[in-house]
Ligand binder design. Structure first.
Ligand code: SF4
Length: 512
């Protein structure tokens, strides 16, 4: 038995793969994309209410518009945001392109930085791209070991995904329950996603995926394990492709600092009125996955390698934050001008420091892509060490960039009166008089820049710029473990000993 969740979903639970695909209409423009999200019978809850029109909901829509930017950019700058797909012999959105070379990964990073500059937030589409990059090689390797046919299923799926220009989201993080216990040891087995039933046509999964980025804004969700697994966890070793509007799914929207400002009139206090991120807890109540969309079922020994390959891609994808860093550095430089302090040497130095930190993130990401190596399936994968260094930088540097931006902005970034106060006929003129900075800059411009800095460093989009930087694609310790595993310290010791004239087997030295 599944959970007792309400559902208004009319689709049959045991939909076949072709029935599922028949529901998708090919998308060309960003407006087509928004249209594709309308009238889907999905149970989505926000503030304890079932949301019937999420596309026009003021809190949800900015997240859809951020995703829409990935379609818009493909039309505005096809060189950057599309690529020639050998699978279907056409140009496709770069977020659907299988990476065939280090150059493809470099171009992806450049596109991610550009999208960060355009939206100032998480545009939510990279985890899906990184999931199918990983799936290309892992399904190939599982087939070679077990004689399964996952790779061909994956290729068939990708051809349809490219033809229909749909978005694939990724569901990796399980709620995890008691962290000291393995999935099969949990008091509640549903704290990690697992197979509850198999039939000749497919299988049923139950559990939840936490903090899912842009899952509701996607058309498909790829569910996959979150950690290494043992034989006892075999039913947790499942990878499957599920439509975001499949029967049995329930989305519970994560709330953010200052999120209800989106429901207020006026756009100034929102800081970034156009774009936002999206995270949700997604419940899978015995969701059916037809056989054609199952890409792993029980091959638990591949789980750790799968997670490791996914993170090699995804930790370099955090180059996205350099686009946000560009916006924040620009906001800090602008507010310095509005305050009349742009020529102060310490302001210039702080802007240099912000740029240095931001470009350090970029350099580790782009180096990781340049150093990508081919996998047996023919796909390229980011250099794992440099990808982990990139993400480790991202867990720290945006916080320092934020501190510097707030330093430059001054205390008003946190004490500015509301837009309604500025519009009030009694106090509005007083605010205009006393909150004036440089005489030729309208007070409203100053307020807008302060609100943008607030939005990114402690408001709604601080989730995307800061907390997501900390915990997305694995919390800081996860990268340090990977760096520890790959840092080849013995090799480095031998370099040092050789130069220092230390002979390894010297009496009294203990060999490791
Ligand atoms: Fe992409 Fe960055 Fe958002 Fe992850 S955090 S989905 S890498 S924009």
């Amino acid at each position: 038995m599944g959970f007792a969740m309400a559902t208004r979903n009319p689709y049959p639970k045991e939909e076949t793969a072709s029935e599922r695909w028949a529901r998708f209409k090919p998308i060309v423009t960003g407006d087509d994309y928004l249209e594709s999200l309308r009238k889907r019978p999905i149970d989505l809850f926000l503030f304890g209410e079932l949301i019937t029109n999420p596309v026009d909901h003021p809190i949800i829509r900015p997240s859809m518009d951020a995703m829409k930017a990935t379609y818009d950019l493909a039309i505005e700058d096809p060189e950057l945001a599309t690529a020639e797909s050998p699978l279907i012999g056409k140009r496709v959105n770069r977020f659907l392109h299988i990476v065939e070379s280090p150059h493809d990964l470099v171009m992806k990073n450049r596109m991610q930085r550009r999208l960060g500059q355009m939206t100032g937030t998480c545009f939510q589409r990279c985890a899906g791209h990184d999931a199918f990059s990983m799936l290309h090689s892992i399904t190939y390797d599982i087939d070679r070991k077990h004689g399964t046919s996952y790779h061909q299923r994956f290729i068939d799926f990708m051809k349809l995904a490219q033809t229909n220009n749909v978005i694939l989201g990724a569901g990796m993080t399980d709620p995890k329950g008691d962290r000291s216990k393995r999935p099969s040891e949990q008091a509640d087995p549903d704290l990690f996603m697992h197979v509850v039933r198999r039939t000749k046509d497919g299988l049923y999964v139950r559990g939840a995926k936490a903090h899912m980025t842009g899952g509701f804004n996607s058309h498909w969700i790829c569910v996959m394990p979150t950690m290494n697994l043992t034989e006892a966890d075999k039913d947790y070793a499942v990878v499957g492709l599920v439509p975001a509007d499949a029967a049995g799914l329930t989305f519970i929207y994560g709330r953010k600092s200052c999120d209800t400002r989106a429901m207020e009139e006026g756009d100034i206090d929102k800081g970034n009125a156009k774009y936002g991120g999206q995270e949700a807890l997604v419940i899978f109540d015995d969701v059916f996955i037809p056989r054609e969309h199952v890409l792993m079922d029980g091959e638990y020994k591949f789980a750790q390698e799968m997670v490791s390959r996914f993170t090699s891609y995804h930790r370099a994808s955090y180059v996205c934050k350099t686009g946000l860093g560009d916006v924040l550095t620009g906001a800090a430089a602008t507010i310095a001008e509005y305050n009349g302090v742009e020529d102060a040497s310490h302001i210039k130095d702080k802007l240099v420091e912000m740029t240095h930190l931001n470009e350090t993130i970029y350099s580790s990401a782009i180096a990781s892509s340049h150093e990508a190596k081919p996998q047996a399936s023919g796909i390229y994968m980011n250099d794992p060490m440099l990808a982990n260094v990139c993400k480790q930088n991202v867990t720290r540097f945006p916080y320092e960039l934020s501190r510097l931006a707030q330093d430059i902005a001054g205390g008003l970034v946190a004490t500015l009166p509301s837009q309604k106060d500025f519009e009030n006929e009694v106090i509005g003129p007083l605010l205009e008089k006393y909150l004036k900075g440089r005489s030729n800059v309208p007070v409203e411009h100053r307020a807008r820049l302060l609100r943008l800095i607030e939005n990114m460093t402690l408001g709604c989009n601080a989730v995307g710029y800061l907390t997501e930087s900390m915990h997305g694609a694995g919390s800081p310790q996860a990268q340090r473990i990977q760096i520890l595993r790959a840092m080849e310290v013995e090799k480095k010791k031998s370099f040092a000993k050789q130069l220092a004239g230390v002979i390894s087997n010297m009496p009294g030295e203990i060999e490791k």
